[in-house]
Design a protein around this ligand. Structure first.
Ligand code: IPE
Ligand code: IPE
Ligand code: MG
Length: 237
């Protein structure tokens, strides 16, 4: 693998836990648990490779539509993850940021998320963004609202509102745009993930289900990215 052509910002839609559970004839909650293991390995590898930013889609604003049992299992896993991993992530100098509406989360989960962000605030390694209770449209609406509030207060003029100003109100403010978006399980859609930030991202849709996505699959994705010809609307050669 060529380390000179690594993307700065990788985004992953970790999809396929349900189908994986079905394949193995086990409960969906166990599929999600297995998915967390895959996530650990990919975070570690991203940090070791020196990737600048990794954004993971863990729970969408639409995922509340699932059965109460599944939502509860996911909330439980989330709490468990943030409680058990925080020391190691902090030690690895990982900076955690939550993308999404923390206020809409149950109390204990919200506190764990805030604690993870605060504890790792000063870290300078991998910028790990975890999207929880996240929706791209909600994020854009929120950004518009914040700009409108600033304008009403007289802090900015409407004519000052440009792409940069909007980007500055997103959960991802300060981060580079997404270079590479990976969605596992073969589904080819964004499902409301990072709509603004993926404007010029390269997309990859490996068919492997998320719990089976390993470091080798990750390397293959990074190699495929390195072979892409990015033009950003201009002309290369
Ligand atoms: C993705 O796996 C994880 C979450 C949405 C939390 P799914 O649960 O969507 O897996 P499939 O799509 O049913 O296989
Ligand atoms: C997107 O996957 C959300 C996460 C992976 C967290 P979904 O499985 O919820 O998306 P759809 O419903 O197939 O579009
Ligand atoms: Mg899915």
């Amino acid at each position: 693998m060529n380390r000179d052509t690594l993307p700065r910002h990788v985004a992953i839609i970790m999809d396929g836990n349900g189908r994986w559970a079905k394949q193995h004839k086990i409960q969906v909650a166990l599929g999600h648990r297995k998915g967390v293991e895959a996530l650990r390995a990919i975070i570690r590898e991203s940090s070791d490779l020196g990737i600048e930013a990794l954004s993971l889609y863990a729970f969408s604003t639409e995922n509340w539509r699932r059965s109460p049992q599944e939502v509860e299992a996911l909330m439980g896993l989330l709490l468990e993850y943030f409680t058990s991993e925080i020391d190691e992530l902090d030690e690895k100098n990982v900076r955690i940021r939550i993308l999404g509406d923390k206020d809409g989360m149950p109390d204990r989960q919200r506190r764990a998320l805030i604690n993870a962000e605060e504890r790792t605030e000063k870290n300078t390694g991998l910028k790990l963004n975890i999207a929880i209770n996240y929706g791209g449209r909600a994020e854009l609406a929120r950004a518009a609202r914040m700009l409108a509030e600033k304008a009403v207060r007289g802090d900015i003029r409407p004519e000052d509102i440009d792409e940069e100003a909007l980007a500055g109100e997103l959960y991802t403010r300060g981060l580079p745009d997404v270079d590479l978006l990976i969605r596992t399980s073969g589904e080819m859609r964004l499902s409301n993930f990072l709509l603004f930030q993926c404007a010029y991202a390269e997309f990859l849709f490996p068919t492997v289900l998320w719990p089976d996505f390993g470091v080798e699959d990750y390397h293959a994705a990074l190699d495929a990215f390195a072979g892409r010809n990015r033009r950003f609307g201009g002309r290369s050669e």
